[in-house]
Design a protein around this ligand. Sequence first.
Ligand SMILES: Cc1cc2nc3c(=O)[nH]c(=O)nc-3n(C[C@H](O)[C@H](O)[C@H](O)COP(=O)(O)OP(=O)(O)OC[C@H]3O[C@@H](n4cnc5c(N)ncnc54)[C@H](O)[C@@H]3O)c2cc1C
Length: 430
Amino acid sequence: MNTWGSNVRAIETFRTLEKPQYLFKTIRFILPFIKHIRFVGEEGLKKGLNRYFKDKKLQSIFCTEPDLLSCLVPIGWAYFKDFQNPPKGGGQAFPEWLEHVVKSYDNDTFYHSRVTKIKLEGTTATGVEIDCRGTKYEVASRYVIAACDVETLYEKMLPPASVPQDFKDRLRNASLYGSSFTVSVALDCKAEDLGFSEEAIHITKQNISRKEQTAANPKTTELIVLAPSYRDATMAPSGQGTITIFMPAEMEQHDYWKTERDAAGNYIRGEAYNKFKNEVAEILFKRVEEKVAPNLRSHILFFEVATPFTHQRYTGNKNGTMMGARPGKENMQAKVAHYRTPVKNLLLSGHWAELGGGVPIAVKSGFNAALLIFKDEKPDVFNCYVNYINHKITATQFRALPVFKHYSNDWKQKQTPAELLAIRRSDTTL
Ligand SMILES: Cc1cc2nc3c(=O)[nH]c(=O)nc-3n(C[C@H](O)[C@H](O)[C@H](O)COP(=O)(O)OP(=O)(O)OC[C@H]3O[C@@H](n4cnc5c(N)ncnc54)[C@H](O)[C@@H]3O)c2cc1C
């Protein structure tokens, strides 16, 4: 981190004099990756893995990966003990904490509010139009940061002429990550009683192609099983547990997951959709029973299924993609990743601003979008962030700087639903 911390900054945030140093550092960072880029696909991976693993059994661990870097990079993370773990209380803790910080500075947050339009004056963004439960609102602002699906931003929220057509075409043709069929399961016993612990368990079939590993065939496609309640006991009431089963999936598979279409072409999730997703979940349970937890089904209290349509509905991300655009030559050449948009004072953020996606990238892009605004509007604040990211000042020194309003750092985490249930149960017993 000390060496590579400044890699968090996007190139657009560097001042002209800093750029050569940045380029030098970036080249040093990416050099070890370059020699591995060519090992892609079934044959490429065979050659690439032969360089590192003689044992065919070890090689077979990577039977679902599309390229060599996808095998090596997680090994690098593990080597440096760079594991992603949500805080106690799960991912839910992040928005709760963020809301506290926002409100501490007397700002507002609005829920159930969908941005439908970016307001423009000429070619400059001046705010947003919002739909909140059928009522239209307008918010005026000097800058707009869009942390949402990039295609929706350019094709639905802006007038067609404000973004060049060839740019929109390049984005439409970008190579994206797939989506997921996700089953969240509540158990009447602890996950560890059924044999789960902290690992991510991959259940794969060995004799199928890499393509089939992601074909969302519930009988053969790779499954990943996690036990959130093992990692964090606040996720389930005492004596009970949770597991999550993921299967790579795409929206168009299984005849669009048996959805129907209305006259306007919208997908309708009807009876056939609900029946089918539950049937698929049952097949996944059976596979997990065969390999890990023989009596899983008899311990299920209830379960929820999210298909690619669910992920699309809740996030707005195209095709329910999990992480936006993939890293790789084509997306780089098409300049898919960007922060500054063709509209002045409208910035892109979230996982669409970079290639690679995931929570770390979303955090990185939020930082960079804010940094770009400070660069133009508040150079003193910009310098403070740069000093912090370059390890010239500590987090404590950074927070104490007079350019920032005081923040009392007094967030108290709320109890999770499972903890609240435990309290209610003990009240009833008394
Ligand atoms: C099943 C699954 C598993 C994953 N596992 C991991 C993992 O293990 N590690 C990891 O790093 N990443 C993982 N990811 C990816 C990670 O969740 C995303 O990359 C990350 O959440 C992206 O953050 P974001 O803020 O850019 O966008 P999102 O999390 O997609 O959030 C976008 C937000 O914008 C809102 N929005 C959209 N349109 C509008 C609009 N018009 N008006 C107002 N609001 C709008 C949405 O409601 C949503 O709240 C996973 C994703 C999925 C689906």
